[in-house]
Write a protein that binds this ligand. Structure first.
Ligand SMILES: [Zn+2]
Length: 252
């Protein structure tokens, strides 16, 4: 109950993800049983004394060739740094205020491909009895700038949840913050919606963009609500919810 109250209180004041203040629940306060239910989907086999140590799985990558360096400057920043057809927008690969989705669709101004995939995903969740609602979709450079300034003033301790202007995927219209309409912030991971997305989002071309424990690579705190559309062919490599786009594209 207390989680719901906290989350509800948060939902009232938050404006969204890397734009939204997150002044509450840290994962450490979540009961361990709940946490393992979400993050340990399969049972761990008991090691037998004769079992050999398995070699670590290689990181799935579309190619072994190193991507071209991001050398954009000036007007070139009007176009995102793109590797193997996947636009990458982050603190290291920024875009200018001029960039916006080419085919914005629907109330959240998502890129049309992402909007269509999101509609398919939401319908599939609905048929499983799970509700997916959009907390935040496209955000302009100016909106992100204002949000980051507010965060610096009001939530300096939580700044790793926020993107500076030009460093937010939301400006591409390819990223969404999702929830069930009730429980926001980190407890969102433990809702039916959070669990369903963890399990199925990749089937619809979306990846959990800021996995737990990968802040040093992504530049952002773990965000169980932030999903990024990259297309099904690539997203199906992200089933573990621990792979980052940077690792996948050879940028990490
Ligand atoms: Zn977000």
């Amino acid at each position: 109950m207390i989680w719901r109250s906290l989350a509800l209180a948060a939902a009232l004041v938050l404006t969204g993800c890397t734009a939204g203040p997150v002044a509450l629940p840290v994962p450490e306060r979540v009961p361990a049983t709940t946490r393992s239910a979400v993050h340990t989907p399969s049972a761990t086999p008991t090691p037998s004394p004769t079992a050999t140590t398995p070699s670590p799985k290689p990181t799935p990558k579309p190619t072994s060739t190193a991507p071209a360096k991001d050398t954009r400057k000036g007007a070139q920043l009007n176009t995102p740094y793109t590797v193997l057809g996947i636009p990458v927008v982050s603190k290291k690969h920024r875009i200018s205020a001029a960039y916006a989705p080419k085919n914005p669709t629907g109330a959240y101004h998502l890129e049309s491909t992402a909007a269509a995939a999101l509609a398919r995903m939401a319908a599939a969740a609905r048929s499983d009895g799970v509700r997916i609602r959009v907390h935040s979709g496209y955000r302009s450079w100016a909106a992100q700038f204002a949000s980051y300034q507010r965060a610096k003033r009001n939530y300096p301790q939580n700044l790793s949840f926020y993107a500076p202007a030009g460093a937010s995927e939301h400006q591409t219209g390819l990223a969404v913050d999702l929830w069930d309409g009730v429980t926001w912030s980190l407890p969102m991971a433990y809702t039916a919606t959070g669990r369903w997305l963890f399990k199925h989002a990749h089937e619809y071309g979306f990846v959990l963009r800021y996995p737990k424990g990968k802040t040093n690579i992504t530049g952002y705190h773990y965000e169980p609500w932030h999903y990024r559309y990259i297309g099904k062919a690539d997203a199906t490599k992200f089933t573990s919810n621990s792979l980052t786009l940077e690792e996948y594209l050879g940028l990490a």
